[in-house]
Design a binder for this molecule. Structure first.
Ligand code: BDR
Ligand code: CA
Length: 308
């Protein structure tokens, strides 16, 4: 997994680690919702809090975009630390942030090379680390089974500008590099992720099935809920990054369309817009999710979280 943890990244991590059929071989972080170091710290905190026995390598990756731009923090959306103030208020320090961008890219490449043809990479943040890995060693990245990316907005407005979705907006060049790579890609745009809210009432209703996880979710969504109430008018949060993980567990929840996509990398108003590409595809078309079984996804989410 590659994450900028973030509330919905945290939901994705919880869903993946609650699912015995999935093995998470490593997690790299990228700057997006928060700095890549904070994202790694948040990831480490969540795993240690819920699964103290698990040993999953976590590496802090890119701190700026491929073009060298500083990251766009979203403290007003996910809270100052990205997870509703839970990390900061506990003053956790369980992550050694010595690693930098190069180590994260090397770790991704080593993991792929160690499991040729077997790994799926779930990209839940800006695509900087993934693009760097592709630019560094396209042959090794060609041994991935698939790249799944929560990215883009196809038939609806963006969520950071009228045209752009946040992950693509943060590093349009990286997103374009990944889309043009010719690797097999499955994209989960806002068209599906904004169809799946996780309501506070629902978390309370299921709390008895998984009290520790539900309690942590309630605490980390504090700021994120305010943002959704104000901007979307519901008392909950979108589950964005959890959708690719749900796909891995139950592919039938989604309907995909083969598309040839690129990204507007210009500095103007449409920066970060995902749109039909005019460049000939270097490989298979992107499989873009356009439909989701919302009810099925909720059922799956709580079933998995209730796993012992
Ligand atoms: C994406 O942007 C981030 O804020 C979320 O974590 C998600 O990955 C949604 O546009
Ligand atoms: Ca994210």
């Amino acid at each position: 997994m590659d994450v900028d943890t973030g509330v919905d990244d945290a939901l994705a991590i919880m869903l993946a680690l609650s699912t015995p059929a999935l093995e998470v071989v490593g997690i790299s972080s990228v700057s997006g919702n928060v700095s890549s170091v904070q994202a790694a710290q948040n990831t480490s905190f969540i795993i240690q809090h819920l699964w103290p026995q698990k040993r999953i390598p976590i590496l802090a990756g890119a701190s700026e975009s491929l073009a060298g731009e500083a990251y766009h923090a979203a403290p007003e959306i996910h809270g100052p630390d990205g997870i509703g103030g839970v990390y900061e208020s506990g003053r956790h320090s369980n992550f050694n942030s010595a690693a930098g961008s190069d180590q994260a890219v090397s770790a991704i490449l080593e993991a792929v090379a160690a499991h040729p043809g077997e790994l799926t990479l779930a990209a839940c943040g800006p695509l900087t680390n993934i693009a760097s890995a592709i630019l560094t060693d396209p042959h090794t990245m060609g041994q991935l089974r698939e790249i799944m990316m929560m990215a883009g907005a196809l038939h609806r407005p963006g969520n950071i500008t009228p045209f752009a979705e946040f992950n693509v907006f943060c590093d349009p060049t990286a997103a374009q590099t990944v889309l043009a790579s010719g690797l097999p890609i499955r994209m989960f745009p806002l068209d599906v992720t904004e169809r799946v809210p996780l309501m506070r009432s629902e978390i309370k209703r299921h709390a008895a099935r998984c009290p520790r996880i539900a309690d942590l979710i309630m605490r980390i969504i504090r700021f994120y809920v305010r943002f959704h109430r104000k901007n979307y008018g519901f008392d909950g949060v979108f589950m964005h990054d959890a959708l690719p993980i749900a796909y891995l567990i139950h592919p039938g929840l989604f309907v995909f369309k083969d598309m040839h996509l690129g990204v507007d990398t210009s500095p103007g108003d449409t920066r970060g817009q995902t749109k039909p590409s005019t460049i000939a595809p270097a490989g298979p078309l992107v499989k873009a999710a356009l439909e989701v079984d919302e009810q099925g996804l909720h059922t799956l989410f709580w079933q998995q979280l209730a796993n012992p």
